[in-house]
Design a protein around this ligand. Structure first.
Ligand SMILES: [Zn+2]
Length: 286
């Protein structure tokens, strides 16, 4: 794939959640292939084999993400399937140059999250994805669940919250002890013309940017902000020029990476609470 830095791949568990017509059994997931419409079985072992062949640095165990965050029977089923599959993934994992992380399920149930963590710790993983979040639950529940998981996990394990990328939410989760995130949001909203800026989100298609010669974010030093104005980016969106989607995506990725770099330095310099309140204050000023 031509990327010479760290690569993290997901197992496909969450992607199943977003596909229609899938069926989950103890053997794995049956899904309809988009390429030829045939039904195929993906067992946990295949997910590991594929991630090993991609050469990722961190690979994820195949998990069962619940379709609903507050359906008790579904949460029990997803937790138990995730635990059984994690053990199969551990057995299938051959390439020791790659780290295999477990995924914790259990919805917003403290009892199920704890059950899942203790069972996964018996199998043994160097890090964990906290999965099944950001699927419609209120953010207070996300925060409470992450806090609970971080409290139970040994301090030496990497803690990775899957699917959260909202700037202020990430800072709140970093404060709880989270190390790693992934999210499709920054590029998804960029393709609809929404830019992340230090003063909150802006919709670049808005008429108020028609003659605005400022960059997307005045404080940003990304190649997009150094080169093009809001008025030009708005023009690209309004004329359906695909370059606009690419440029706002690039800016949103730089914005997100830069925020995490700032959080990392602030932690190292023991001033994270001050950074968090300064970013929150500015973000809410639009
Ligand atoms: Zn920028």
């Amino acid at each position: 794939m031509g990327w010479h830095r760290t690569i993290v791949t997901d197992s496909g568990g969450f992607q199943v959640f977003s596909l229609a017509g899938t069926k989950i059994s103890d053997d794995g997931v049956v899904f309809v292939a988009q390429s030829d419409g045939t039904r195929r079985l993906m067992p946990p072992e295949d997910s590991i084999r594929i991630q090993e062949s991609l050469g990722s640095d961190i690979i994820m165990a195949f998990d069962h993400c619940p379709r609903s965050w507050n359906d008790d029977a579904e949460l029990v089923r997803s937790t138990e399937t995730t635990i059984r599959w994690a053990s199969r993934c551990r057995d299938a994992h051959r390439n020791r140059a790659q780290e295999l992380f477990g995924i914790i399920q259990g919805g917003i149930s403290p009892r199920l999250r704890e059950r899942c963590i203790l069972a996964l710790e018996r199998i043994g993983f160097p890090g964990y994805g906290i999965g099944g979040l950001s699927i419609g639950e209120p953010f207070e529940e996300t925060l409470r669940t992450v806090r609970l998981c971080v409290d139970i996990l040994p301090e030496t394990r990497v803690r990775y919250v899957m699917g959260v990328g909202e700037p202020l939410q990430m800072l709140s989760l970093i404060e709880e002890g989270v190390d790693l995130f992934d999210c499709g949001m920054p590029t998804r909203i960029a393709r609809h013309g929404t830019a992340l800026t230090s003063r909150g989100k802006i919709a670049i298609k808005s008429a108020r940017f028609k003659n605005d010669e400022l960059p997307l974010d005045v404080g940003c030093s990304c190649p997009v902000c150094r080169t093009w104005s809001r008025a030009y980016l708005r023009h690209l969106f309004n004329t359906r020029e695909i370059l606009g989607l690419r440029l706002v995506s690039l800016h949103n990725l730089v914005f997100t990476a830069r925020l995490i770099e700032r959080a990392r330095s602030a932690i190292a310099e023991n001033r994270f609470p001050a950074l968090k309140s300064a970013v929150e204050k500015e973000y809410n000023l639009s």
